[in-house]
Design a protein around this ligand. Structure first.
Ligand SMILES: C[C@@H](N)C(=O)N[C@H](C)C(=O)O
Ligand code: ZN
Length: 226
């Protein structure tokens, strides 16, 4: 209430009140999530690492919603692979600078003049892994493949890849995420307007060990065994 009052005083009352910024490290929330943080490697469309650390964060409500989606997917034989989550604004600018004019025009990268929902800690890029093998599940396109095949409605590719893509989408939508029109892997959390665009580097965010009991009720497959 105090926060709402202050927000009204400072900015004029808009439709959505701000929410407290709390970036949560996803690996601490559920150790059975898999991570393939492409922007911490050269295996991304820019061809060079953009993060000094391979870490993934979301604002707490989005992080908890993602873990619920992961746990629901586990009942269907899948787990989530996280490619990217919170992204500092300066990295959005680097992606924009590296993108082709076609990729910019088609909306495959966010314009830094506006900022990305990733910058707010409210967007996540994810795929699926198979619980039985720990291997990534093929989708109709690769991650950050800026083509028609990336659209969540693309009708081509194999039936199995389309079914996996649709399973991913259903699980995230059930928890308050919306898929991008362009990218089957990109999901925005519903409360994104309540958070500011941030440019905090990963190195400035504290590392937290997973609590002993988290993940106990989660997926059966864990990288490196149990
Ligand atoms: C670059 C791609 N992985 C992505 O996240 N695109 C969206 C549009 C963004 O930059 O916010
Ligand atoms: Zn994204």
């Amino acid at each position: 209430m105090v926060m709402l009052g202050l927000w009204c005083l400072l900015g004029g009352c808009r439709a959505v009140p701000p929410a407290p910024v709390e970036l949560v490290e996803l690996s601490a929330l559920d150790p059975t999530l898999h991570f393939d943080i492409r922007y911490a490697t050269a295996h991304n469309f820019t061809g060079r690492p953009l993060y000094a650390q391979a870490r993934a964060f979301l604002q707490r409500p989005a992080a908890e919603a993602l873990v619920r989606a992961h746990r629901a997917l586990c009942q269907q034989g899948y787990g989530l692979v996280v490619y990217d989550a919170y992204r500092p604004w300066s990295v959005t600018r680097a992606l924009w600078d590296a993108a082709s004019s076609a990729a910019r025009r088609e909306g495959f990268v966010a314009d830094p003049a506006v900022g990305s929902k990733h910058n707010r800690g409210c967007a996540v890029d994810v795929g699926l892994y198979a619980l039985a093998t720990g291997q990534e599940v093929p989708m109709p396109s690769g991650y950050d493949e800026f083509s028609e095949r990336a659209k969540p409605t693309y009708p081509g590719g194999t039936a199995a890849a389309r079914a996996a893509r649709d399973t991913l989408r259903r699980a995230l939508e059930a928890e308050g995420f919306t898929v991008s029109d362009q990218e089957w892997w990109h999901f925005d959390y519903r409360d994104w307007p309540r958070y500011p665009v941030l440019d905090v580097p990963f190195e400035a965010l504290p590392r937290r060990a997973p609590k002993a009991d988290v993940g106990a009720a989660s997926c059966g497959y864990r990288a490196g065994g149990k």
